[in-house]
Design a protein around this ligand. Structure first.
Ligand SMILES: Nc1nc2c(ncn2[C@@H]2O[C@H](COP(=O)(O)OP(=O)(O)O)[C@@H](O)[C@H]2O)c(=O)[nH]1
Ligand SMILES: [Mg+2]
Length: 195
């Protein structure tokens, strides 16, 4: 698959406008600031296709990136405390709309900050994916921020923390800074499209 030929297609803040589901999709989910936009840029070998932000909680849109025969979908980040409840409602409506309207979703890449244990919201998201039989993989982001001991400790503990949510699930440590794991993410996407 050619990851070097991606275009920004559209950003949607309301459901009615969602691009029709006419090709396979791989989506990215995670809390605000976890590194979703940075990961998309890295995987697509682009500097600033997806907008990287130092202020979390800003993007409550679903963003579509077109590759040759598929789309990557950047879902709105969650879990930012300062967001107003109207924005939280908008987030929930967008997510239900994206996942609940029969789209051809091949894989959801769930991003979790490698420095921390999964949050309750990370777990809820994985439970949602599991319950709805949406294939998923876990990406542990910002792995460059851990020293070797911390890295090994997180790798040892993550499966236990996720319990049965991690059974048979691929877990990829990732750094957009260093490029660690980028090829593994590309392979996971390619494999999902072959199925
Ligand atoms: N050290 C380090 N910082 C990262 C990494 N990925 C993202 N960041 C930083 O984390 C912040 C949020 O990144 P962004 O991609 O906008 O997160 P998003 O809100 O999930 O889309 C930015 O300041 C990034 O530069 C990484 O792998 N390593
Ligand atoms: Mg982002």
């Amino acid at each position: 698959m050619n990851f070097n030929n991606a275009n920004f297609e559209a950003a949607f803040g309301t459901l009615e406008q969602l691009t029709p589901s006419d090709m396979p999709e791989v989506c990215f989910s995670g809390r605000s600031n976890v590194g979703k936009s940075s990961l998309i840029n890295k995987v697509l070998n682009r500097k600033a296709l997806a907008r990287v932000s130092s202020t979390p909680g800003k993007t409550v849109t679903v963003n579509f990136y077109r590759l040759d025969n598929m789309r990557l979908v950047d879902l709105p980040g969650y879990g930012y405390a300062k967001v107003a409840s109207s924005e939280k409602d908008r987030w929930a409506t967008l997510m239900e709309g994206y996942f609940g309207t029969g789209r051809d979703i091949r894989l959801c890449l769930q991003l979790i900050d490698m420095r921390h244990k999964p949050t309750d919201f990370d777990i809820s998201m994985l439970e949602f994916l599991s319950y709805n039989r949406i294939p998923y993989a876990v990406i542990l982001t910002k792995c460059d921020k851990l020293n070797k001991t911390e890295f090994n400790s997180r790798m040892e503990n993550i499966r236990e923390e996720l319990g049965e949510l991690s059974e048979g699930i691929t877990i990829i440590p990732f750094s957009s800074l260093k490029g660690t794991g980028a090829e593994d993410v590309r392979l996971a996407i390619e494999k999902a499209l072959d199925n």
